[in-house]
Write a protein that binds this ligand. Sequence first.
Ligand SMILES: NC(=O)c1ccc[n+]([C@@H]2O[C@H](COP(=O)([O-])OP(=O)(O)OC[C@H]3O[C@@H](n4cnc5c(N)ncnc54)[C@H](OP(=O)(O)O)[C@@H]3O)[C@@H](O)[C@H]2O)c1
Length: 353
Amino acid sequence: MSLRVTIVGVGMVGERIVSILRERSFPMEWPPRVCATRERVETLDGEEFHVAKTDENCFKDADIVFFAGREGAKGASIQWGAKAQASGAVCVDNGSDFRLNPKVPLVIPEVNPEAIRPQTRFIASPNCSTIQLAMVLHPLHKAARIHRVVVSTYQSVSGWGVRAHEELLSQMPQALKSLDNIPFDPMILARPIAFNYIPHIDKFTQNGCTKEEMKMVLETQKIMGDESIKISATTVRVPVLVGHGESINIQTENKLSPAQARQILSDSPGIAVLDEPNKGNPRHDPFERTYPDGLDIRKPQYRDMVLVGRIRKDPTIENGLNLWCVADNLRKGAALNVVQIGELLIKRGIIRP
Ligand SMILES: NC(=O)c1ccc[n+]([C@@H]2O[C@H](COP(=O)([O-])OP(=O)(O)OC[C@H]3O[C@@H](n4cnc5c(N)ncnc54)[C@H](OP(=O)(O)O)[C@@H]3O)[C@@H](O)[C@H]2O)c1
């Protein structure tokens, strides 16, 4: 017997869930049931799907439901999460609505698989920028205890969903002619994004931080099970279609050299370190090293990894290190993480094919 899977939401993340389920041969009946706000036929990952309008029937007999809708009162998991559970399905949610609920485990399988208990029926997947940050911090924290983190992000437009992706593409022809008066929808991104960068992701909060910045702080502390780690985040949208970069500065309690950090991260699952002397570089720079950039996540060997480089000492603080990381926000930052959670549920016998 194989599992019955429902996917709610067929935007940027929903489509990636379809492809990753197929790529990883998730033990399921094919095709998965897919639903969204309205019924239609849609091509997802090259296959034609009947997309249902989401209602109770979408969850009938489902073993697992992946939510990839939008957040808020009219969002997918608030509207349908309890109903899906009542039908007997285990739910895995990409959205932020339940991430900080103390009863809901917030899980990155490589970091805190133990947060899933035998009785768990609803699991939240963290924010995309949080996932790649926590993947890097966790092994270093285990080795040397991190007490302070300063992180700045370079986040692609697909992190906001399909409409922001379209917004960048539609602004480009005009931006190539003139950067003045580029039309934009402030309900998607607050400013024009073509040839620009915007230090404003999600809404502002009372403390001057944006919600995206607070997600990085609070979700990381929850996943790492340590609220004493001080985290200061600045999140910035950049005109890139897919992939987030992060500049990370950490201060540890115990000494950790760049070489030790490279070794620890290289030995950690889901991480690839690209940080070695770049001999033969065309600039003849004797100190140049390799590092990951935003296009590296397109390479098959790296698309499911968090790539780390530029690991170096921060001489301005005691036990300080600087790092740079890159990941595909739609894959490890969302769809891959939820499918890995599904695989963990199978391994634990919480759902049985
Ligand atoms: N994009 C990322 O990098 C990323 C990373 C981590 C987490 N997430 C989270 O993942 C979720 C999906 O993101 P996305 O980027 O794929 O968004 P998206 O491209 O805007 O797609 C959203 C999908 O959800 C459907 N939907 C919205 N409200 C719904 C409802 N009440 N009931 C059923 N379906 C509903 C939409 O239906 P229609 O097609 O009918 O409009 C659409 O198919 C969001 O919660 C987001 O915060 C995204």
